[in-house]
Each structure stands twice: as C-alpha cells, then as structure tokens.
Write a protein that binds this ligand. Structure first.
Ligand code: URA
Length: 276
C-alpha cells in the first residue's frame, strides 16, 4: 500500500467486503475494527487512526469498486497445534478422513462448535460444491447448507436438474466461526489441508465455488469474485466455476441472473463430461 489515509482505508474496507472478506454476516463495526487493527500492526507513520463513527459502508459497495486497493498483508503462517491429528493424510476414503478429523481442535473454532461440518452428498460425485463455513443450522445438524442459503442452493441445483445426491458439498472451514463471522485467511489456514484432501479423495471433474472465501482458499489473492465469476478456472487440472454465494443472493437478488448464467455453464460442462 503506497499511502494510507482515510480514503484508502475506506477503499480497503470495500475491497475487503468484495474480495476475501465478504463478511456476509459480520457486523460492519467488527469489520472496521478488524481493518483498523491491521493498520495498527503496520506501524506506518502515515496511518491515521480512524474515527470509527465517521465511516459508513453500505451493503452494495463491492459493486461500485472496480480496482481494489491492496489489502494489508498478514502473517498467515500455520499455527501448529499439539493436537495435530496424525493420520488423516494417509486416509483413502472420505469416511476415513471424516472419522480421522472428528476430534480436531487445530483452531479456536473447535472450542465453540457443536459439530464439525465435514461434508455431505455423493462421495463419487463429479461435481463438488465448496462454500465458506457452517452457520448456526449447520453447526447444530452437522450438515452443510441446511439453512436459508442452503435452501436456495438446493433450488439452484434443482434448476440445473441436479440434487444433493449428484454432488458433494463441503466448506473451506469445517467448524462454525462464532457469530457467523466470515473466515479470514488466518482462520482457514489450519482447515484448508482437509479441504484439499477432500478434493483429492472426491476427485471431482468440476468444482463450483460459492463466494470469495473458497476462491481465496484455492487460488490465493488476486482472484476477485466480482471479476472472475463464471470463468472456467483450473485447480490441479479440475475445472472450477466460481459464482456468488447463495447468502449474497439472499441480500442481492439482482445477482441471481449472474449465478443462473454460471450454473448453466456448469451444467453444460457436466453434460459434456457425461456424454464422453
Ligand atoms: N454458508 C456456507 O458457506 N456454508 C454452509 O454450510 C452454510 C452457509
């Protein structure tokens, strides 16, 4: 970041909302505090302490910003816990992997979760869907996407003639972040190897990522959901179609048209694969 002042800070917040901190559920005040904290850690003489009460962000800001301002770098080295689970890397089936991480306490979300939300659907599916993190309903049931966003996801699948039996659904983060806070990179680093192992074991032909977090988790910074949605990306040779998160659609129904285009693309690719 070249210059830090209120204007750039505001853009950073907007960028954060649209890019890798979409913060669909987070209180805006919490978001602002988080960003300000990051500024504090920069210890940059130019950084001005922000009066939180002066800042207003509306929900649709991400749509108004084309060029993101670079966000503050964090130390994201993995936290190695004493309770690291020893044998999950050697597992050869989804059930084995699920069982082997059932006591995971690698991150602080383990302390507050009710259930680990590992994944759901068909372990032999050719389509894998990756969301962000479980919410309250998922935490209670242990099943991903069972709340309002999940109901919308079911409808989206139905519209392209698919059901949960045709896909495998997982999240980047397996335990509910308290307050449904959108996970940051720091939050998902301990959990990400589990997702990567799930992808390896499911071995899907197509992945549909929902929202900014799985995009960041699989591709790193530089892939903005608003810019790359609907494009065909590749992750380890697997076709990835990024689209908006259903929770975002619940708040921004106008984006449904985009998602409809994206999933139609997915359906076409899937039909092509099946016809071979
Ligand atoms: N949102 C997600 O990203 N995942 C869920 O399982 C539920 C809501």
């Amino acid at each position: 970041m070249q210059k830090i002042n209120n204007k750039i800070l505001l853009e950073s917040i907007k960028f954060a909302e649209g890019e890798f901190l979409p913060l669909q559920f987070i209180e805006k005040q919490e978001l602002i505090e988080e960003i300000v904290q990051k500024f504090d850690t920069l210890n940059n003489a130019q950084a001005e302490k922000i009066k939180l009460s002066d800042i207003e962000i509306d929900d649709d800001t991400l749509l108004h910003f084309d060029e993101p301002t670079e966000i503050i770098q964090e130390d994201i080295s993995p936290q190695v816990s004493e309770k690291t689970i020893s044998n999950w890397q050697e597992t050869t089936t989804i059930d084995e992997l699920n069982n082997s991480i059932s006591g995971c306490m690698l991150c602080k979300f383990g302390e507050t979760r009710t259930n680990i939300v590992f994944g759901d659907g068909n372990p032999n599916a050719e389509i894998m869907i990756i969301g962000e993190a479980p919410g309250k309903n998922e935490d209670q049931s242990g099943i991903p996407f069972v709340g309002d966003a999940g109901k919308l996801l079911d409808k989206i699948l139905e519209a392209i003639h698919l059901s949960r039996q045709d896909v495998y659904i997982a999240n980047v983060v397996k335990c509910r972040p308290p307050g449904n806070k959108t996970p940051t990179e720091v939050d998902f680093i301990p959990c990400l190897p589990y997702l990567k192992k799930q992808i390896e074991l499911i071995s899907p032909k197509i992945i549909l990522t929902l929202g900014a977090v799985p995009l960041l988790a699989l591709f790193g910074k530089g892939y903005q959901i608003t810019k790359v949605r609907g494009q065909e990306l590749k992750y380890n040779g697997i076709t990835v179609i990024p689209t908006f998160h259903p929770a975002y659609l619940l708040r921004n129904p106008n984006a449904k048209r985009d998602v409809w285009e994206d999933v139609q693309k997915l359906e076409k690719i899937y039909q092509n694969i099946k016809s071979k």
